[in-house]
Design a protein around this ligand. Structure first.
Ligand SMILES: [Zn+2]
Length: 350
């Protein structure tokens, strides 16, 4: 199997278009056409992970965090990032990162996995993003059904939370002073489908030349965005719930704000550094916000309105390894895939 088969499958779940602007998800080291012998899944592609991949005979590492975030100017091995890149190239190991794009998808994403581990129901994205576009095309009436069907088949109009995301208006086009029956076709689609949608349009235009434009839509895509919010099937008091979270997420130490002596019903969460979502968690009535990387002063922002629980960055995202392992092994049943046995958490508890 070629590396590109594996990465395009992963991008069908978490399109790279959904990554944040500061991110560097995607293929970091390696040739998309290389034959792959096995994949090792981890959170952080450290030097130990390269060694583990070599020992297992894997030549591709699938990591959640990108090892390279910004431009490297030298390759001298003076820090772990340079050493990892140098060793990956030296031993012909590809490194692929699936980071904020996997954070930002509702289905089979990082936060869905955490919600599953915590037994949440009625989940939805905490802070949905604008990720929709609209195609507007002027199509000769006689081929408009064919074009519309081709656009639907390419994924247009299939947006969760909305129905019938297409609009047709009849009109008259003019060419050489001759009026021709024309249809203005408008379809909505999720941003990563843009290339596919344009191809579907152009492949079906026959010998006509269809003019079209694409614009951004202000509505949010309810299945794309940051964090997640859901409910506990049976509300629980704060202390036993925190103890359950500690156990379920294998946390050495949960840092949390003052208990409010009430039951937890709604749970907001975000794997990794999710502090920026506190306002949304409060606004949506969450009783607790579970995330990581909280600083001292930020804990004050709970302000008696919510319980903040910092469960550690690695801990919050650890099940991403299981998630990726399950996805890859289910899709490519005869391909060798391994979950790392190295705990790459740089934070230790005494
Ligand atoms: Zn992270």
């Amino acid at each position: 199997m070629q590396l590109r088969q594996l990465t395009s499958y992963l991008e069908s779940i978490a399109p790279s278009d959904y990554q944040e602007s500061y991110d560097n998800s995607g293929l970091i080291v390696g040739d998309p056409n290389m034959e792959i012998t096995g994949a090792l899944v981890c959170l952080d592609s450290t030097e130990e992970i390269i060694e583990e991949a070599l020992a297992l005979g894997c030549n591709v590492i699938i990591a959640h965090h990108p090892i390279v975030f910004k431009g490297l100017k030298t390759f001298t091995g003076k820090n772990y990032v340079e050493r990892v890149v140098m060793n990956a190239i030296r031993y012909d190991i590809a490194i692929y990162a699936i980071h904020t794009n996997l954070d930002n998808v509702y289905h089979q994403g990082v936060n869905a996995k955490i919600a599953e581990k915590l037994g949440l129901v009625n989940t939805k994205i905490l802070a949905p993003k604008k990720a929709l576009k609209k195609l507007q095309a002027y199509v000769p009436a006689e081929i408009s059904d064919q074009v519309r069907n081709a656009l639907f088949a390419a994924g247009a109009g299939q947006i969760p939370g909305f129905k019938n995301l297409s609009h047709t208006s009849l009109g008259v086009g003019s060419k050489d002073q001759q009026g021709t029956a024309e249809v203005k076709l408008e379809v909505f689609f999720a941003r990563p489908l843009k290339g596919k949608i344009i191809r579907a349009l152009l492949d079906n235009q026959g010998d006509q030349q269809i003019s079209y434009e694409i614009s951004d839509i202000e509505n949010q895509h309810v299945e794309v965005g940051s964090g997640m919010i859901g409910e506990l099937p049976h509300p629980e008091y704060e202390k036993p719930f925190l103890q359950f979270v500690k156990k379920a997420m294998k946390v050495g130490c949960v840092r949390h704000t003052r208990l409010r002596s009430r039951k937890i019903h709604k749970v907001a969460l975000c794997g990794g550094s999710g502090g920026f979502l506190l306002a949304q968690a409060k606004a949506q009535g969450a009783d607790i916000f579970i995330t990581a990387d909280y600083k001292y002063h930020e804990f004050f922002d709970a302000d008696g309105e919510i319980l903040i629980a910092d469960i550690g960055h690695y801990e919050s995202e650890q099940y991403t390894i299981e998630l990726l392992y399950d996805l890859i092994s289910a899709k490519f049943s005869t391909f060798a895939v391994y979950s790392t046995e190295v705990n790459t958490n740089p934070v230790k508890y005494l």
